[in-house]
Write a protein that binds this ligand. Sequence first.
Ligand code: TRP
Length: 336
Amino acid sequence: MEKIILTGLRPTGNLHLGHYFGACQNYIKLQEEHDFYLEIADVQALTDNFNNPEKVYKNVFEITKDLLSIGLDPNKVNFFIQSKIPEIAELTVFFSNLVTVARLERNPTVKNEINQKKELFGTNGESITYGFLGYPVSQAADITVFGGSLIPVGEDQLPLLEQCREIVRKFNSIYGEILIEPQQVLSNTTRVKGLDGNEKMGKSLGNAIYLIDAEETITKKIMGAVTDPQKIKKDDIANPNVCMVYYYHNLVNNKEDIKKVCSECKSGERGCVQCKKELIKAMNDFLKPIQEKRKYYDSHPEIVTDILIKGTKEAQKKATAKMEEIKKAMKIDYFE
Ligand code: TRP
């Protein structure tokens, strides 16, 4: 059977290099090989942004434009909006019987997020909502209602996929072999460090370079990036492996230049300011084609909406068919 690729993104902000290298770059390759469904997960975004509907609304379009700009082809990828497919919500309810609250509370990704969102969920997670705790259940419904079997994601999503597989196994053992157990597809780079050297690039950490960042913003951000603290003077010998500037050269520059940066840094022939300037140029060259494409979609919002309408229709077909099968298996198909 033809394998289906499914992935999702929460529309809570623009894409940054962490998204790009951690997961999205992989999509570009995969769209050539399989039937691809890409969910703009607005319902999931609302689990921790329920008090900010404008933000989610705006970012549905922002993230779709970002994804189109990096080279996803709307003729190959079905872009769809989660809330437009009611079967996902329906299946979430059925799945909620197959998972314990304790298991959700142990999910490392959820635990981590609760810890980061103290303002919303309390210092010890005492104000956690039913909806947020349960979003892995809804994500399992996202994946299975479309028959998704290959899931390109970043490393942080692995516990959610494990949880999904557990739900699938439980469902299949009770109601029959109806659902597919999904497998992850990881990128070569699974996590991108922040400008400050933090292990993770993230919006809330304030250490990200966005695909839409203007040249002046890039310049300011890279000039402030963390370098080897041992290097004080221009001709000091330094260790590129602890320098964020070298780290980003590796992501966006060509092999030859990367080698040069490394050897000159080690031998003290290269100052950090020059090195940063070269990175700024390489970064802007890297982002330029993406930003050019983005300009096109910015000036044609109706095309973006049409892409979402078309993709949502395709996704709906899949969900309708699968839901019929599911309801039959669960003996809740009483009459037409
Ligand atoms: N949880 C994912 C994130 O935060 C988004 C997501 C929603 C997703 N549904 C999905 C990812 C289905 C993979 C498959 O980025």
